[in-house]
Write a protein that binds this ligand. Structure first.
Ligand code: UGA
Length: 436
């Protein structure tokens, strides 16, 4: 099928390349000329495992093209809209400027019978408000939220847990459903659940999934706070409650909390939208989820201060990680980067390293010192803080090797990813998050 994908960021670029990889003819469109030039050259504009390969294959096959010209969307049967919906400046709500602009730019190129498939994460009610403009152009709007995780984006797009489509009632909706089934045929044929619903449910599925995940993380971080005053170990607690299949161990990783371009802004936008709908109290707990999450960053800072005897001023602190999670170079709302900035603010001489995210981190916070090489970053450190559990640190860095480089013996494990006994045996004073 011929498809267009509007917006070529973390979501759109992966979607375009993944759709080409399953045999569709895809044009990716974005207003950012540099990003389009990079993608057209077959290079990924950001770090995402497996993306470069499918981009290069798609371009070589002739099925995948990229352009800044919206006219190239003409002739596609389905137009996916995957532009960003960031948090508005000075508020909690989602900024729909890019969604509206993408729809406006697409409208003149739509033909009778085209499908416009919204993928961006939007406040409930957005699809209903966009639909009249799209219907007037003879096309049908569906809402087809995306659940990909950065770091696993290609796999999640080609082989998702589930597909969700919010469609209008009646024959247009039935026809659109049939077309989406064709688009996702390889995955549906493998048994991926395909849930067809109305616009509002589809939009809410997306935000409630992220709200649930964020709540799960803050729940375990709240238990970490209690564990800290009670002398308990939150990681063992998580293991024990996680054995209950109704609870499950995944997303019970206590530490410095969640960040990235999705969870933080999505729970805030959800709160804002619920307020608009007169049901703010229904998701009032999301404010608490956000507060717990932010407190854990400060807790990591406190532990470094404590470890260094009450002040970090003038001390060299090596921060391992800048990305909001491993296998990503994304530093948007990165908890680890925030910890580094707070330590810098307290007068620490912060040396920050990350295998992929240094360029993005430097653009956001040029005041920090970035060191590409892990061992060079560790050399002479008074304290070491793990904030992103890359394999390079979690698995490959032994406490003995770290001790051979660092000047001090204080380690703060912001992700509970190190083995405390091993670090202590090598002479380190180990601080975990919610562990004695
Ligand atoms: C999240 C969702 O997991 C995806 O399903 C969703 O599609 C995506 O947002 C989106 O809306 O686009 P992502 O932002 O890539 O995906 O990252 P996650 O894997 O959810 O991790 C988010 C944050 O939570 C990271 O900072 C991670 O370190 C943290 N986290 C995760 C924990 O602190 N503890 C855990 O146990 C798990």
């Amino acid at each position: 099928m011929r498809l267009s994908v509007i917006g070529c960021g973390y979501l759109g670029a992966v979607h375009a390349a993944a759709m080409a990889s399953i045999g569709h003819e895809v044009v990716g469109i974005d207003i950012d000329e540099r990003k389009i030039a990079t993608l057209a050259a077959g290079e990924a504009p950001f770090f995402e495992p497996g993306l470069s390969e499918i981009l290069a294959d798609g371009i070589a096959s002739g099925r995948l093209t990229f352009t800044t010209d919206f006219a190239a969307a003409a002739g596609a049967a389905v137009h996916f809209v995957g532009v960003g919906t960031p948090q508005v400046k000075g508020g909690y709500a989602a900024d729909l400027t890019y969604v509206n602009a993408a729809v406006d730019a697409l409208l003149p190129h739509l033909s009778e019978g085209d499908i416009v498939a919204g993928k961006s994460t939007v406040p409930v009610g957005t699809a209903a408000s966009l639909a009249p403009r799209i219907t007037a152009a003879g096309a049908t709007l569906v809402w087809n939220p995306e659940f990909l995780r950065e770091g696993f984006a290609v796999q999640d797009t080609v082989d998702p847990d589930r597909l969700v489509a919010g469609v209008p009632a009646g024959p247009d909706g039935e026809r659109a459903t049939g077309i989406l089934r064709e688009v996702y045929h390889p995955s549906i044929a493998k048994g991926t659940p395909f849930i067809v619903t109305d616009y509002a449910t589809a939009e809410l599925v997306k935000v409630s999934a992220n709200a649930f995940l964020a709540t799960k993380i803050s729940f375990i971080n709240a238990m970490a706070e209690i564990a800290e005053v009670a002398g308990a170990d939150v990681t063992m607690l998580a293991d024990a409650i996680g054995h209950d299949v109704r609870i499950g161990r995944r997303f019970l990783g206590a530490g410095i909390g969640f960040g990235g371009g999705c969870l933080p802004k999505d729970i805030r936008a959800f709160s804002a939208r619920a307020e608009e709908l007169g049901r703010g109290e229904s998701v009032a707990f999301l404010r608490e989820v956000d507060d717990i999450n932010m407190r854990r960053r400060e807790r990591a800072v406190e532990l470094v201060v404590q470890g260094l005897g009450g002040s970090v001023h003038g001390k060299k602190v090596t921060v391992l990680g800048a990305a909001f999670k491993p296998y990503s170079d994304d530093t948007r709302d990165s908890p680890g980067l925030d910890v580094a900035v707070r330590l810098h603010g307290l007068g620490a001489v912060v040396s920050l390293t990350d295998p992929e995210a240094i360029d993005n981190a430097r653009r956001q916070h040029p005041q920090l010192t970035y060191v590409a090489d892990r061992d060079e970053a560790l050399t002479g450190a008074d304290a070491v803080v793990l904030v992103t559990e890359w394999d390079e640190y979690r698995r490959d860095l032994t406490p003995e090797h770290a001790a051979s480089l660092a000047a001090g013996r204080v380690v703060v494990d912001g992700r509970n990813a190190f083995d405390p006994a091993a670090w202590r045996a090598a002479g380190w004073t180990y601080y975990g998050m919610g562990r004695p």
